[in-house]
Write a protein that binds this ligand. Structure first.
Ligand code: AMP
Length: 545
């Protein structure tokens, strides 16, 4: 073998932040506070404040590899923590503020968090678990809603005396940079430990034109929380590209987001479908109220984006959805639904929409396959269902503490738990999370496919389909429906809407009408709750008969 003669240059987050400061010092990082006011910083200022934070953390005794936790909304201080801890050789650990306090406590103990940076507005939540985490040495309050209370360390006061430059250590690119726990609905959450290298490569992948395509011309609005898979890597990608960033803080209702997108001329926004369903409904009611002419794409993932939503945004409002798939374990970008030129050229609108509503094909360096229960690799025929497995440089190789080792196949591929088909072009289509598949008689019914169809009904805002226990068929589909404001729809009308589109076996046995579908901590439909509450209704009905 002949060796290449190129430099061995470590892939670290330090380079991304230094690049943003050097080449985009005036580019803005905008944050909206809980009271709605906007705070404007620049990448140069964020860099300076990152250095100050690193000095302050050093003064507090933070050692290499130690965990600096955040309990915070999306804002510039959170961004500073995102970079300061890893760049000084420590590890930032993003705590999910939507979890139950006991669960956050478990995660903080498990990760052995030493320092916690907490939003003032979230102090009441923090107090509910703080005492259960013996490893915490210091608590720093980020004053998002007024200065820290008496007796608490205030972030701004802590930073004030420090220098705005730092001699960043030379780091090994494989050093841990960030930890994020899975929001697993079964079993304890597991810690995913990203390295500098994996985060840097992921950031570069997010900047590719056929991926998210983050560029210096963009103004990026990460609606996705910074505690949900690193806000999908967008903070790192924005630093790498020199993009302008707008952080929404805690106001995530459709109206506040639309106001922010219009006033800050956002070009690229990202979040889970539940956010965008609300936004689409509001836009339909007020199609002219907001000027979104700058918005080049909304990146949607985390659960399946319904085809009707993708089409609705495009046809009624000229807005483009980019559908992507990923997981906490994949940093998260895995696949993205870009339409290949050959499909575009064919000009078949229906097929194009089908592709845009798929989970897409992998970005470079992510590899996919799907397997049956015995581990046999299945054909890419667009029909055969199996569990999606992935590998790549930003896919987890193990969890913290080596838990959950059964999630990896013998040859190292990561088992996602998603049931998919893969077509000959490589497009992945999720039919279900394996635990959400409805097993009726011998047949597997895709809850995702039914939800997609139901959400295409003009009166339906949200639909979640889940398994009801059934005395004869084991399980049968039940549909939970949220009707759009000012509209009405009956069970019979929904059944009629589905009838021509699915086989008889797939037709839901029952409908429940709700004000809102319960959500997980990352904004997905919480089907376990639906199953707990309504899963027995078919059995009861059968007894009653
Ligand atoms: P999390 O680790 O919380 O981000 O959850 C990852 C899971 O979310 C995946 O395993 C999928 O089940 C689901 N998911 C993510 N993106 C999509 C998508 N575009 N369509 C359907 N499901 C998705």
């Amino acid at each position: 073998m002949m060796n290449g003669r190129m430099m061995d240059f470590p892939l670290t987050l330090t380079h991304l932040m230094e690049r943003a400061r050097r080449f985009f010092p005036e580019t803005e990082v905008v944050s909206r506070a809980p009271d709605g006011s906007l705070h404007r910083h620049t990448w140069a200022q964020v860099y300076g404040r990152t250095a100050k934070l690193a000095h302050a953390l050093t003064r507090l005794g933070v050692e290499p590899g130690e965990r600096v936790a955040t309990l915070a909304w999306n804002h510039h201080r959170h961004l500073e923590a995102y970079f300061a801890a890893p760049m000084m050789g420590a590890v930032v650990h993003t705590l999910n503020l939507r979890l139950h306090p006991n669960e956050i406590g478990y995660i903080a103990r498990h990760a052995e968090d030493a320092i916690v940076l907490v939003d003032r507005s979230l102090l009441p939540l923090f107090e509910q678990f703080a005492a259960s985490v013996p490893t915490i040495r210091h608590v720093v309050v980020m004053p998002d809603s007024g200065p820290a209370p008496e007796g608490r360390t205030d972030y701004e006061a802590l930073l004030a005396p420090e220098r705005d430059d730092f001699e960043w250590p030379k780091l090994d690119e494989n050093a841990a940079a960030q930890i994020c726990y899975t929001s697993g609905t079964t079993g304890n959450p597991k810690g995913v430990v990203y390295s500098h290298r994996s985060s840097v490569l992921h950031a570069l992948a997010a900047c590719l034109a056929d991926s998210i395509g983050v560029s210096m011309h963009d103004t990026v609005l990460p609606v996705v929380p910074m505690f949900h898979a690193n806000a999908w890597g967008l903070p790192h990608a924005c630093a790498a590209a020199g993009a302008r960033v707008v952080f929404p803080g805690p106001k995530l209702d459709p109206e506040s987001l639309l106001d922010l997108m219009a006033s800050e001329r956002v070009t690229c926004a990202a979040g889970v479908p539940t956010i965008w369903l609300g936004i689409l409904a509001l836009l339909d009611q007020n199609p002219k109220k907001w000027d979104l002419s700058r918005l080049r794409q909304m990146v949607i993932g985390g659960s399946a984006a319904p085809a009707s939503m993708i089409d609705g945004f495009q046809e009624r409002h000229g807005l483009t959805v980019t559908h992507a798939w990923g997981m906490t374990e994949t940093n998260p970008l895995g696949t993205i639904a870009r339409v290949k030129p050959s499909i575009e050229r064919a000009g078949d609108k229906g097929k194009t929409l089908q592709v845009r509503a798929s989970q897409g094909f992998p970005v470079p360096f992510v590899e996919t396959r799907h397997c049956d229960d015995t581990g046999k690799i299945l054909p890419w025929d667009g029909k055969t269902m199996g569990e999606l497995e992935v590998r790549g440089p930003w896919v987890a190789a193990s969890y913290m503490g080596d838990e959950g080792q059964d999630r990896w196949a013998k040859d190292g591929w990561f088992k996602t738990g998603d049931v998919v088909t893969i077509d000959p072009e490589g497009y992945v289509r999720i039919t279900d999370r394996s635990k959400d598949v409805i097993k009726s008689g011998g047949e597997w019914i895709s809850s995702v496919a039914l939800e997609n169809l139901l959400m295409a009904h003009p009166a339906v805002l949200e639909a979640a389909v889940f398994a009801g226990r059934h005395p004869r068929w084991d399980e049968r589909p039940i549909a939970a429906i949220v009707v759009k404001k000012g509209m009405a729809v009956t069970e019979a009308e929904l059944a009629a809407h589905l009838e021509s589109r699915v086989s008889k076996i797939w037709m839901p046995d029952a409908y429940v009408f709700l004000e809102q579908i319960p959500r997980t901590s990352t904004g997905k439909f919480l089907k376990t709750r639906l199953r707990e509450t309504y899963g027995g209704m078919l059995e009861k009905a059968a007894e009653g008969r």
